[in-house]
Design a protein around this ligand. Structure first.
Ligand code: AMP
Ligand code: FE
Ligand code: FE
Ligand code: ZN
Length: 279
């Protein structure tokens, strides 16, 4: 049975591999399918689909939208959405422009705190493609020698409560669910164990949520079992993904968390239903 890794980032957000490199690595890892789920960006999908047809890897068009709820972040994945939808691209671009203004403010605050990193350097690290964020600021801080590593930069400057933390413009989960469905995609809750908001699930299902990412590196084995069971009880599709950001010491590798291709087919069928209902 073929395997699919349904949570992967590329250079179009904060991943280190290009979509083409990513697909080549998926093939080398023996995966039959991979979903490209960049943060607030779908621009990497066309390149990945092209590489997928060359390598014989099924590329599922996807996205991961960061949203805000009181006290935590909730990430909504979208699968099989129309990445050319002008409305979708516009809303994601709006979220990313918010990120740029926020990067400017983080750099200002760092200057005020004796860490004179250059905004240009942060944008160069983010490669000008869009979803610039705290990981890129963190790397600039490390390069300047003001922190030992990325984690240290978050601890000292970038975590909530630290001097350079700036919250950013976000969707609510309901808004992200609607944006995904409007583009014909299937909304799935990413790493539900990380946000720990099970009590909101029924409300999100009413808004159109159709899946739960049960297997994810941040979930303990008992959480994976819990979310698989919850998905079954609530009639949701249980998915799996590595949240791969690139080959990194100690981080899970592409394909370490994967589901069967039947899950991909369920997502595709659900996307068909969502589109049919919209017509
Ligand atoms: P942003 O969306 O710009 O706020 O950045 C969020 C990203 O920062 C997440 O996807 C994580 O990859 C990374 N991140 C968050 N907290 C930490 C931390 N304490 N140490 C290292 N990376 C972190
Ligand atoms: Fe990320
Ligand atoms: Fe996430
Ligand atoms: Zn992710």
């Amino acid at each position: 049975m073929g395997k699919a890794d349904l949570h992967v980032h590329t250079t179009f957000s904060d991943g280190v591999l290009t979509p083409t490199q990513l697909v080549a690595r998926a093939r080398a890892a023996g995966l039959q399918a991979v979903a490209i789920t960049d943060h607030d960006a779908v621009e990497g999908v066309p390149e990945a689909m092209l590489a997928g047809s060359e390598h014989g890897v099924l590329v599922v068009p996807g996205v991961e939208i960061n949203t805000d709820v009181p006290g935590t972040e909730v990430h909504i994945l979208g699968y099989f959405l129309d990445v050319d939808s002008p409305r979708l691209r516009e809303s994601l671009q709006g979220l990313r422009e918010g990120r740029l203004r926020r990067a400017e403010r983080m750099v200002e605050r760092l200057h005020e705190n004796g860490v004179p990193i250059a905004l240009e350097r942060v944008l160069a690290i983010a490669d000008g493609v869009g979803a610039v964020g705290r990981p890129h600021v963190a790397q600039a801080i490390v390069e300047l020698g003001a922190a030992e590593n990325i984690g240290d930069a978050f601890e000292k400057y970038l975590k909530p409560g630290r001097p350079a933390y700036v919250p950013r413009q976000r969707f609510t989960p309901e808004e992200a669910i609607t944006a995904v469905r409007d583009a014909g995609g299937v909304p799935v809750l990413a790493h539900p164990g990380a946000s720990d908001r099970d009590e909101c699930l029924r409300e999100w299902i009413r808004a159109g949520l159709r899946g739960l990412e049960a297997e994810h590196p941040q979930h303990r084995p008992e959480q994976m079992a819990h979310y698989r069971r919850l998905a079954r009880d609530l009639g949701l599709i249980a998915t799996a993904g590595t949240d791969f950001h690139g080959p990194r010491e100690g981080a899970p590798d592409l394909g370490d968390y994967a589901c069967d291709l039947t899950t991909v087919e369920r997502l595709r069928a659900e996307a068909d239903r969502i589109r049919a209902a919209a017509r």
